[in-house]
Design a protein. Structure first.
Length: 237
């Protein structure tokens, strides 16, 4: 039975299985490149191949595992538009990295990924980890809502004799949902070009649903949030 066929089966509880739950199961599903490509094709064309150019549904696989459209002759790879496209690394290795990153409750470190996949250097594992993390962000993800705390912080080394915006540190914008009095919810980050500018207001409008309560410090520029459809609460201390 192929990997694609097994993924359409139901488990003993009658639930549809679409993702390997253990690494042993992962190895059964994705033993080679062909099974990985089958899986990508299933995700990309769940109702059968469709040409991205003319929309035609008639086509065939070439010897190189591309899809040739019978209507316009366009060749399409199942990996086109993904982080796997034009990579010289086997798909099975990419899939294993994705499984380790997404299956661990607390995620996986670059060092852990290096050890699990046998990468020759920490830098390679770090680059892979960040590629996968970027790919996991949904462009159309829901914005934060409810009560949201908004602030700006700085990342970087120590700058003797300098503080806050006067340092060479990178300004990072932070928005986090407040769930009850003691819990935090979802969070959003963005890097600003300069600290203490209206970029923080624009970041809030991008990351936070209108109608939410936004809590900030007393910076005067942030009072513009009230004109953007938010309830703005700020500290005067």
């Amino acid at each position: 039975m192929s990997a694609v066929a097994s993924m359409s089966d139901l488990d003993q509880a009658g639930r549809r299985v679409g993702y390997p739950r253990t690494f042993q199961e992962f190895r059964v599903w994705f033993p080679d490149e062909s099974c990985c490509l089958d899986y990508l094709e299933r995700l990309r064309w769940p109702d059968g191949f469709m040409c991205p150019v003319c929309g035609g549904g008639d086509g065939w696989r070439t010897a190189r595992r591309l899809w040739m459209c019978a209507g316009c002759g366009r060749k399409t790879s199942p990996t086109a538009g993904t982080i796997f496209h034009r990579s010289h690394t086997p798909l099975s290795t990419w899939f294993a990295a994705a499984w380790f990153v997404t299956s661990q409750k607390n995620g996986v470190s670059a060092r852990g990924l290096q050890q699990a996949l046998g990468f020759g250097s920490y830098e390679t594992a770090w680059a892979w980890l960040h590629k996968l993390r970027r790919a996991m962000i949904r462009p159309d993800r829901d914005r934060l809502h409810g009560v949201v705390e908004l602030d700006e912080t700085f990342l970087g080394g120590v700058s003797p004799g300098h503080f806050g915006a006067g340092t060479d540190k990178v300004p990072v914008q932070v928005a986090v949902e407040r769930v009850g009095s003691r819990r935090l919810g979802r969070v959003r980050f963005a890097v600003a070009s300069r600290p203490g500018t209206l970029e923080l207001v624009e970041f809030a409008c991008t990351a936070i649903e209108p109608g939410s309560v936004i809590r900030t410090d007393g910076a005067r520029m942030l009072r513009r949030l009230a004109d953007r459809g938010y309830t703005h609460e700020y500290s005067t201390v």
